[in-house]
Design a protein around this ligand. Structure first.
Ligand SMILES: Nc1ncnc2c1ncn2[C@@H]1O[C@H](COP(=O)(O)OP(=O)(O)OP(=O)(O)O)[C@@H](O)[C@H]1O
Ligand SMILES: [Mg+2]
Length: 640
């Protein structure tokens, strides 16, 4: 790594971004680059779109088809690395920015994110603020406390001419400080007013203003719109702008973002600035001064309880009318939820080993608590459907319409349940209490159970949550584990599965077409092997009467696949895949029982056992968790 090169390159970049000139110079720049003077909403919209997006169509993307039906999903690269399973939320946010960038009504509305704790509201705003910090610097009037757009210097009577010449619209008026300076320092010669380029910064409050919830007894509006500097009151008169300290969130957030954290914890009076800032695009100056033009994206967020309270008070209508509300529910898709935890864990300094399926088990629990109960399917099935998985029942993939489930669940789904933070804390606890520096699904479940017991929620709810871990998640994990160990045990699981598959397809095809099959080695003509086919079908509950239909389905599906250029393998048709895996698992049950009894193992069995351990280690287990998990399996699996 070449530090010096890095530093020099950065300095060069900074130098090339530097600009010190006058309004006159700035006008020349605008002539070449109209975009230089764009408003805040458009700036953010463009910055996100610059990183491009992927358009996912249901006819091309299986996941989209399964989860969203006929909808087209837009996946924005800007959010892709950090946000998971909330595509539709992001699309709504982007709709807001698009309309606002087009100067639609949204440009005069607050973007308000509401959702349960730990659903990612703050992180979303954080991402937008960071985006501004990384964008190229903008042109501002030098030393203006509002860092305002230099075009404000152009007097009203010349605006139309300038707009024609430049091909842009000029919006907004000079702030009182600059107005004063123009008269007293520059003698009204606005073209000489200095202009510089300056970036955004969260820390030094440049273009990014944050309003934390304030003490209701002390709702001093100076946090929002600045104050009067009392020390200067002796020097200047009361209406002299030189006594202003324009350092409120709306002042510093001009041209960028003003964020309201837990917005409705504040008094309504306090929020009135929001009304003028959105509707009139201006904010009051401290004292009795004139209004000041403001252009910024106002983003507020809070949880639902506060929203409901605020909404129920009809005196708040004026503000309610100026809000674009976007609900940010929890992620309900298992695979995406796992990504959230992996992202957070990657940022932490814990260096322990994490056994396979550990995060999965935790994520499963979180999602189960968030799903509304359904009358159509059980919770685990619903979780799988929401995860885009195929559900196999009685030999066919069960067609359950996800949109029906969503409708049944109503709009509240995802707005309740266990938070991301709860799970992360449970994982952290398991990590820090593991002496072997290794956590596994069992230790994570234990950690979750402990944490649930300590939760301050209704007894009924607690019972439901505990049941999810102790029953649903555990059973599901047992199934996963049984399959995994079997696969590790049958060294050539894949080959055996493929060979069963080919054999089955040959037989089923002959059966359906009422032909004979040719034995590949002897050339003998044989009748389809009824017993063999049955031994597979019975694994998934296909018996006598339904067997014919199943064989027809399989055969025509395979025919369809081949015709469409698909590849045939044992995983091609979900019900058959499940049947074959079960058949293989059943065939090793006997052996599995032996392997778990270490004392009575003979030499041959020992060899097999060791090979299995090696196989599991190659799949991500360490010595320690492999041992723990196998002991658990010995005591709990293959027991039906
Ligand atoms: N869908 C998601 N995708 C990626 N990360 C997420 C998602 N949901 C939550 N997180 C992560 O969970 C953590 C908590 O989120 P965050 O603090 O943004 O929540 P919040 O909605 O602001 O909660 P609160 O209401 O408690 O302030 C963060 O690390 C965040 O990145
Ligand atoms: Mg937050």
């Amino acid at each position: 790594m070449d530090f010096k090169k890095m530093i020099l390159e950065d300095r060069e970049k900074e130098r090339s971004n530097k600009f010190e000139g006058t309004l006159l110079d700035y006008l020349e720049i605008i002539k070449e680059d109209k975009e230089a003077s764009k408003l805040s909403h458009k700036r953010i919209y463009d910055l996100i779109m610059e990183k491009d997006l992927e358009i996912l169509r249901p006819e091309e993307n299986v996941r989209v088809r399964k989860l969203f039906g006929n909808e087209i999903i837009k996946k924005y690269n800007f959010f892709k690395e950090d946000f998971f399973g909330i595509e539709k939320v992001l699309m709504k946010i982007m709709n807001y920015f698009y309309s606002a960038a087009m100067k639609g009504e949204e440009a005069r509305q607050v973007l308000y994110l509401v959702g349960p704790v730990g659903a990612g509201k703050s992180s979303l705003v954080e991402a937008l603020k960071k985006l501004l910090e990384q964008c190229p610097p903008i042109y501002v009037i030098k030393d203006c406390p509002m860092r305002e757009e230099p075009l404000h210097l152009i007097p009203k009577h010349l605006r139309a001419d300038f707009e024609d010449l430049l091909g842009i619209q000029i919006e907004g008026d000079l702030c009182p400080v600059c107005k004063y300076r123009l008269q007293h320092e520059f003698n009204g010669e606005y073209e000489k007013f200095p202009v510089i380029r300056q970036g955004f910064s969260i820390r030094s409050r440049k273009g990014i203003g944050v309003v934390p919830p304030v003490d209701p007894n002390n709702q001093d509006t100076s946090i929002l719109t600045g104050s009067i500097d009392i020390s200067k009151m002796d020097l200047y008169s009361e209406d002299d702008p030189r006594i202003f300290s324009l350092n409120g969130a709306f002042n510093v957030g001009n041209r960028g973002i003003v964020e309201f954290i837990e917005v409705f914890k504040n008094d309504v009076e306090y929020l009135h600035t929001i009304i003028t800032a959105t509707q009139e695009k201006s904010i009051p100056s401290p004292g009795k001064g004139a209004m000041i033009y403001f252009d910024g994206v106002i983003i507020a967020h809070s949880n639902e309880a506060e929203w409901s309270k605020f909404k129920s008070d009809h005196t708040n209508e004026a503000i309610l009318d100026r809000i674009v509300k976007v609900e940010v529910p929890y992620c309900l898709e298992l695979n995406e939820e796992i990504k959230i935890y992996k992202k957070i864990l990657n940022k932490s300094n814990f260096k322990a080993h994490i056994a396979p399926h550990t995060i999965e088990a935790a994520a499963m629990f979180a999602i189960l608590t968030r799903l509304s109960p359904s009358s159509k399917v059980d919770s685990i099935t619903k979780l799988k459907i929401y995860n885009g998985e195929e559900i196999v029942e009685k030999g066919t993939t069960k067609r359950i319409d996800i949109t029906e489930l969503r409708e049944e669940a109503g709009l509240r789904e995802g707005m309740n349940g266990i938070s991301t933070r709860f799970i992360i804390k449970a994982i952290d606890t398991a990590l820090s209490s593991s002496e072997q520096h290794c956590i596994n699904p069992l230790s994570i479940m234990e950690s979750i159970i402990k944490a649930v017991k300590e939760l301050d929620i209704a007894e009924e709810e607690k019972k439901r949550y505990l049941n999810f871990v102790q029953d649903n998640v555990r059973k599901e994990y047992n199934k996963i584990l049984e399959k995994e160990i079997t696969k590790a045990f049958i060294h050539s699981f894949r080959e055996q599965a493929e060979s069963l598959f080919n054999n089955y397809i040959d037989n089923a095809e002959a059966y359906v077409n009422k032909t004979k099959l040719k034995d590949r080695s002897t050339g003998e003509e044989l009748y389809p092997d009824e017993r063999f086919m049955k031994s597979i079908e019975e694994q998934i509950g296909v018996f006598e009467s339904s067997a014919k239909g199943f064989r027809t389905d399989v055969t025509s599906y395979m025919f369809y696949l081949v015709r469409n250029g698909g590849k045939l393998n044992y995983e091609s048709y979900e019900p058959l895949k499940e049947a074959i895996e079960k058949k293989l698992m059943a065939s090793v049950k006997e052996i599995s029982r032996i392997i778990t009894k270490s004392k009575v193992r003979d030499k041959e069995q020992d060899k097999k056992y060791n090979a299995m351990v090696e196989e599991m280690k190659s799949k991500g287990y360490c010595d320690y968790c492999c041992d723990v998990i196998l002991k658990y399996a010995a005591n709990n699996l293959w027991r039906d």
